[in-house]
Design a protein around this ligand. Sequence first.
Ligand code: URA
Length: 436
Amino acid sequence: MRIVDIIEKKKLAKELSREDINYFISSLVDGSMPDYQATAWLMAVWFNGMSDDETAILTEAMINSGEKIEFGELTDKVVDKHSTGGVGDKVTITLIPLLAAAGVPIAKLSGKGLGHTGGTIDKLESIPNFSCELSVDDLIKQVNKIGVAIGQQTGHLTPADGILYSLRDVTSTVDSMPLIASSVVSKKLAAGSGNIILDVKYGSGAFMKTPEDAVKLAKLMVNTGKKLNKSIIAVVTSMEEPLGRAVGNSVEIIEAIEFLKGNAEGSDIAELTYDFAQIALLQVGICRDKQEARKLLKDLISSGKALDKFRELIVAQGGNPLVIDDYKNFPQSKFKIEVKSDVDGFVNRIDAYKVAYGCKLLGAGRERKNDPIDYSVGVFLNRKTGEYVAKGDVLFTMYANDEGKALACEDYCRAAFSVSTEKPVIQNQIYEIIRP
Ligand code: URA
């Protein structure tokens, strides 16, 4: 079998066999296939897609490329949540300590930044010394000990996703339904939890631009789970504007900590976190209805128990927990630049993609595979959609280390804002929930 023939077959939009896909993935992981062949194949898949059967076979091959986590008797209680990627999406970071504090064991395999979207691993690694490089044994032990662990694709866990993910990030091959579905579902199935909840995003900051496409992707992921005997719930949500106010790495962790401290009630971040937490609590049977779940979750925030769980998680994964008490313990940017509005009116829209692109220019994301990330840079949106801004008020704040990059970022972020005299109607964040 030759890799070039497998590329050729996909280039001609033919269906790949199980043997083709298994050979491609094993050559990827054993290092015998060079990056240029892998990326040619990715681009052929981007153009010609894959059938549902090919997607399930690819997902299975990716799971089998590494070890699998097994929780034994705990499996049916363990929850895992994953987002298909957005801008300012720190819901994993707010949700995980909250659910763990409610007694729900959480085992999560996350990813780094992908395309224009931020990655949970990059955000968490802005906490000095925090590491997501957990072995399978360490991950299981940590879940048993403190009820929560966050790992990443490594040489041991879904290594095929780790390699393809970093190639897709820099070759414009991210926004392909079978590639997203196999990447997400392989990580979730390898991580061994019995309850998988996916946040499938649509909008300017997501890989799926329309709700209809996000529903298609959600159904593909739920069906891929079914073909591999795993029940998955997919929640389709809006990513038209950044989630929350902070976009970057450390700035997003700070916003998540503020939520855990009880300082973000009523915000879009708080609402989406509670929505996902409610689904999980009902799914594992800890609560009987939404009202009971909501009350429990609010108590965990107001009592400080969710924040304590986050502190425990940071300590367990080697990070400096003092970031919670003093944000100066995060890497600091040289410049803090406030950008003011030159008009009066209501913010009607904030284009999430443009804000993400601006942040990438500051250094918050990667241009090439192994580029370092600047954890200290980012953007804070002083105004969100629906809020009034007067001429001269601060519209957004940039944290930057380079004035030239800040100027470029300012252009993108300014262009992201639409301001008008009409107050817009705020849309519901959840579009549809798809169950198996
Ligand atoms: N998240 C993933 O893990 N993979 C994707 O392809 C997109 C989002």
